[in-house]
Design a protein around this ligand. Structure first.
Ligand code: ASP
Ligand code: MG
Length: 451
C-alpha cells in the first residue's frame, strides 16, 4: 500500500479536490490510503474566529462556512454530506459561542476547535470521490487508532497506535475501500481531541506509512519537490531527484521549504521512502527521500540560505583553559535560553551564530564578565548539502566562486552530520553568493565533470 497526503492548498476548493480525485484514481492499484489537511487556510480561519470570540465576544463562522458550502455546491455533492457538514458547522458555532461567553481558550479547546477543518475536508473529499465511483470512506484519525498524549497543540502519538493503525486499516484496504483520513488531529486516552502541532498532517501521513509498512509515503504539495535552491532567489532552481533523510533534514533546518525533520522521523525509523510530489504538476517525478544514498555521484545536492543571522565573536579576557572558557560561554547561553546554530572555536576565542537579532543585551552583559564580546548583525548562513566526504573539493570550488565575487566567508562549519557545509556572509551578499553557487554547481557545463 501507499499513503498519499494532500496539503491545504491541494484541497482548497472544488477544482483542487477534482484534481486530487484524478491523482488518487490513477494510483488505485497501489492500494492508497489518503490523508488530508484542512481545505486552504481553514486552520488559520478557525483560529481567527476563536480570537474574535475570545477578544470581542463575536461569533462568526462565515470565513469557514462559505468556502466549504461553495465547494460542496460546485462538486454537486448530495444531501447526506451536506447534512454532516452542517452538523459539524453547528457544533463549531456552539463551541465559539462558549468561548465568547467564558472568554477563555485553553489548549484543549483550541485543538477541539481547529479539528473541524480536517473533519470537514475528509468528509467533503470522500463524498466527491464516491461521486466519481471510488469506494471512499471518510475517517477521523481516532477511528484508525490515532491515540495521543494530552499535550494539547503539540501532541505525540502513543505507542499503541503503531499496532492499532494496521489493525484498523488492513481490513478496509482488503475490502477495496479507499480510506480518506484526517491529518493533524488525534484523541487522547480521555477522549479529548488533540493536534500534532501546526503543519502536523505530514507527520500523520508518515506515521501511517511507517505503521503500515507502506511502500512509500507520498506528500503532495504545490512545488515540484525539494529544489536545488529557493526558487524565489534562483529562478533556475530545479527539483532534486533523490536525497537522504539526513540531507533533507539539514535543508529543512537551514531554511529550505521542505518537510520538517519531525515529519520525516516516523518513516526514517522504518526506512520507508517519502516522496514529495506536486499536485499541480503530477507528472513531475518529485523528490524521493530515502534512508541512504549508495551512489554519491553528486558533489552538491542542494543549497539554501537563511537570513537575519547574528554572529557573536567572544574573546577570552582571562588566561583560563579552553574547557573552562567554553563552559562559561555555553552556560551563559543556556541561562538566557538562547540556542546556537554554528560554532567555531580556538584556544581563547569562540564565534557563534544565532538566529535571533534582538534581546541579546542581558546575554552580552553576562558574557562580558569573562570575555570581550562583539556582536555582528545582518549576516546570513549559506548551506551546501552534499557529499562531505569530498569536502576539500566543495570548499575549494565554493570559496573560489565566493572569492571571485569578493564575498568573504566570516565563519565556516562542516556539520557533524557530514552532509552539510555552512558559512556566514554579509546578509547583503547572500543572494548574490547563492545565485553564483547555484550557477556553478547546477547550471554550467562544469557539472558534467564534477559528477
Ligand atoms: N491544517 C493544519 C495546519 O494548517 C495541519 C496541516 O495542514 O498540516 O497547520
Ligand atoms: Mg494547513
Amino acid at each position: 500500500m501507499i499513503v498519499m497526503k494532500f496539503g491545504g492548498s491541494s484541497v482548497a476548493g472544488a477544482e483542487r479536490i477534482q484534481q486530487v480525485g484524478r491523482i488518487v484514481a490513477s494510483r488505485l492499484s497501489q492500494k492508497p490510503a489518503v490523508v488530508l489537511s484542512a481545505m486552504g487556510d481553514t486552520t488559520d480561519h478557525l483560529l481567527e474566529a476563536a480570537d474574535r470570540a475570545l477578544q470581542e465576544g463575536l461569533v462568526s463562522i462565515e470565513t469557514i462556512e462559505t468556502p466549504h458550502r461553495e465547494t460542496m455546491r460546485a462538486l454537486a455533492l448530495g444531501a447526506e454530506v451536506q447534512a454532516e457538514a452542517a452538523a459539524l458547522l453547528g457544533e463549531l458555532k456552539s463551541l465559539l459561542t462558549g468561548i465568547s461567553l467564558i472568554r477563555e481558550l485553553t489548549g484543549r479547546t483550541r485543538d477541539y476547535l481547529v479539528s473541524f477543518g480536517e473533519r470537514l475536508s475528509v468528509r467533503i473529499a470522500a463524498a466527491y470521490f464516491r461521486s466519481i465511483n471510488l469506494q471512499a470512506r471518510a475517517l477521523d484519525s481516532w477511528d484508525i487508532g490515532f491515540i495521543s498524549d494530552s499535550q494539547y497543540t503539540a501532541a505525540d502519538l502513543e505507542k499503541d497506535s503503531w499496532r492499532l493503525i494496521p489493525q484498523a486499516l488492513n481490513p478496509l484496504l482488503a475490502e477495496g475501500i479507499l480510506p480518506v483520513i484526517t491529518g493533524f488531529i488525534a484523541k487522547d486516552r480521555k477522549g479529548n481531541i488533540t493536534t500534532l502541532g501546526r503543519g502536523g498532517s505530514d507527520r500523520s501521513a508518515t506515521i501511517i506509512a511507517a505503521a503500515m509498512g507502506a511502500e512509500e509515503a507520498q506528500v503532495w504539495k504545490d512545488v515540484d519537490g525539494i529544489l536545488t535552491a529557493d526558487p524565489g532567489l534562483v529562478p533556475q532552481a530545479r527539483p532534486v531527484e533523490l536525497v537522504s533523510y539526513e540531507e533533507a533534514a539539514e535543508l529543512a533546518y537551514f531554511g529550505a521549504q521542505v518537510l520538517h525533520p519531525r515529519a520525516m522521523q516516523p518513516c526514517k525509523k522504518t526506512n520507508t521512502p517519502v516522496v514529495v510530489k506536486n499536485s499541480y504538476n503530477p507528472g513531475a517525478p518529485g523528490t524521493r527521500i530515502v534512508p541512504v544514498l549508495n551512489q554519491r555521484a553528486v558533489l552538491v545536492r542542494a543549497l539554501t540560505s537563511r537570513r537575519k543571522v547574528t554572529l557573536i565573536d567572544i574573546v577570552s579576557t582571562r588566561m583560563v583553559g579552553q574547557a573552562g572558557f567554553l563552559e562559561g560561554v555555553f552556560s551563559a547561553f543556556a541561562r538566557h535560553g538562547i540556542s546556537v546554530d554554528m560554532v567555531a572555536t580556538s584556544e581563547v576565542s569562540i564565534s557563534l551564530s544565532l538566529d535571533v537579532t534582538e534581546g541579546l543585551e542581558a546575554l552580552t552583559q553576562d558574557l562580558e564578565k569573562i570575555a570581550k564580546v562583539e556582536i555582528k548583525t545582518n549576516k546570513a548562513i549559506v548551506t551546501l548539502v552534499g557529499d562531505v566526504s569530498r569536502s576539500s573539493e566543495i570548499l575549494q570550488q565554493t570559496f573560489g566562486v565566493c572569492a571571485a565575487l569578493g564575498v568573504q566567508a566570516q565563519m565556516v562549519s562542516q556539520g557533524a552530520s557530514k552532509v552539510n557545509i555552512s558559512f556566514i556572509v554579509d546578509d547583503s551578499q547572500a543572494a548574490m553568493a547563492v545565485k553564483a553557487l547555484h550557477k556553478h554547481y547546477f547550471e554550467t557545463e562544469a557539472l558534467a565533470s564534477i559528477t
